[in-house]
Design a protein around this ligand. Structure first.
Ligand code: C6P
Length: 406
């Protein structure tokens, strides 16, 4: 599929924003949706709206078939061993909460250790803080390298016989770095800990193989890879999911309910209580099909090339400070224009049709480590091209002139 054809499949890219063509550089917050995803959701609502796993009529069977087919698609996309290792969630945040509360909350003892980095998204930090407070476990943080990277030696330095959980991002939503998860998982397993992976920023941008990584759990969101909002999936090894307690109790997750007592279904149904986001799950399946047709290896290379180009071009703009390493970036660049608040930068860019994110990116401890309150972030995906980066560079040159004079 040629890049031009890819762009044409995203209807929102044909709109104008403030009199300019839309330059969408905020895919790390949420990615644009291709027509096939929009069509798949719409088809469910137009042609076979029904609940799943309940209704024994034609529409119910069709809906259940499409819902379970999407589970199979997630399994093959991640190279998981079996469909029942895939749990549908509201997104990465719910997946990580399910592991923290459902697994950590029932396995951690006082003095046990949970290892992570100071660069975690709040969704992979706050749930563990909560579970640590409840169980008496302790959080331990890996020391970041000077450029924000995570080295295996730094991970080894904090692992101990008390480590029970290592929970880390795969790709950073601020630094653009990719953690060596397969190596970290090997070290985690050596001390008897489980490896939890926050795949929110990796699954959309690179081939992710849970078997090759030997991840015990891996969570991601559909909306960051072109699927609908409010849905995602959690991969968990079958034996570990079997030891995980559900977060929600109610319809369809039960086996037998008596007045005073209930028993629960096996995973994954045990974790999908209540009517799920059926259209969203079907849309997630369509998004994975679309990405697979383009090819994840190709998307990986494309996004890396754009991130490298953006780094080089932004480094040439006077008055810009870039955060994170100068090489090996996955799909984004976070930076500041010296002396200008990130929100002001975002507003000036927006007036030129350029969408970026400004803020702490739900990574306040990392902002403290970087010694900033917030940053601007430009993030790229398969529909971006070098001309989008040139538009950003021109917009930033204009911003510098606007605030600091010619
Ligand atoms: N980061 C960003 O603009 P949810 O919100 O559940 O879909 O994903 C949470 C999440 C978890 N981990 C990482 C590394 C993430 O980047 C995100 C979402 C968005 O950076 C919204 S804050």
């Amino acid at each position: 599929m040629a890049t031009k054809t890819i762009r044409e499949q995203y209807p929102v890219l044909s709109r104008q924003v403030n009199g300019h063509r839309l330059v969408y550089l905020d895919s790390a917050a949420t990615a644009l949706k291709p027509q096939s995803v929009i069509d798949a959701e719409r088809a469910y609502y137009e042609h076979y709206t029904a609940n799943v796993h309940r209704s024994v009529h034609t529409l119910g069977e069709e809906a259940t078939g499409a819902y379970e087919a999407a589970r199979g698609r997630v399994r093959s996309f991640l190279n998981a061993g079996a469909d029942d290792e895939i749990v549908f969630t509201h997104g990465a945040t719910e997946g990580l909460n399910l592991v923290a509360h459902g697994y950590g909350g029932t396995h951690l003892q006082p003095g046990d250790e949970i290892v992570m980095t100071p660069a975690e998204h709040h969704s992979n930090l706050v749930p563990w803080q909560q579970v640590a407070a409840r169980t008496g476990a302790r959080l331990r943080f890996v020391e970041l390298g000077a450029d924000g990277t995570v080295s295996l030696d730094a991970v080894r330095a904090v692992l101990s016989p008390r480590t029970r959980v290592v929970s880390m991002f795969h790709s950073s939503n601020v630094l653009g770095t990719v953690n060596p998860i397969a190596d970290i998982a090997r070290e985690a397993h050596r001390v008897g800990a489980v490896m939890v992976v926050d795949g929110a920023q990796s699954v959309p941008h690179m081939p992710v193989d849970v078997a090759a990584l030997d991840a015990d759990f891996l969570a991601f969101s559909a909306h960051k890879l072109g699927g609908p909002t409010g849905v995602g999936a959690l991969y968990g090894k079958r034996a570990l999911l079997a030891e995980t307690a559900p977060l929600y109790f109610g319809g369809e997750m039960i086996e037998q309910v008596e007045r005073e007592h209930s028993t629960f279904k096996a995973p994954p149904e045990r974790f999908e209580g209540g009517t799920p986001h059926i259209a969203g799950v079907i849309g997630l399946g369509a998004a994975l099909t679309f990405l697979s047709e383009v090819g994840m290896e190709r998307i990986y290379q494309h996004d890396r090339e754009l991130a490298a180009l953006a780094y080089d071009r932004l480094a040439q703009v006077d008055g810009i400070e870039i955060y994170g390493p100068d090489h090996d970036r996955q799909s984004l660049v976070a930076f500041n224009v010296k002396g200008v608040h990130p929100h002001d930068v975002a507003q000036v860019l927006d007036a030129r049709g350029i969408a970026v994110r400004a803020g702490h990116h739900c990574c306040q401890p990392l902002m403290s480590w970087l010694d900033v309150g917030s940053t601007v972030r430009a993030s790229f995906y398969l529909y971006n091209e070098p001309d989008d980066i040139e538009a950003l560079v021109e917009g930033l040159q204009h911003t510098v002139r606007f605030f600091h004079g010619a």
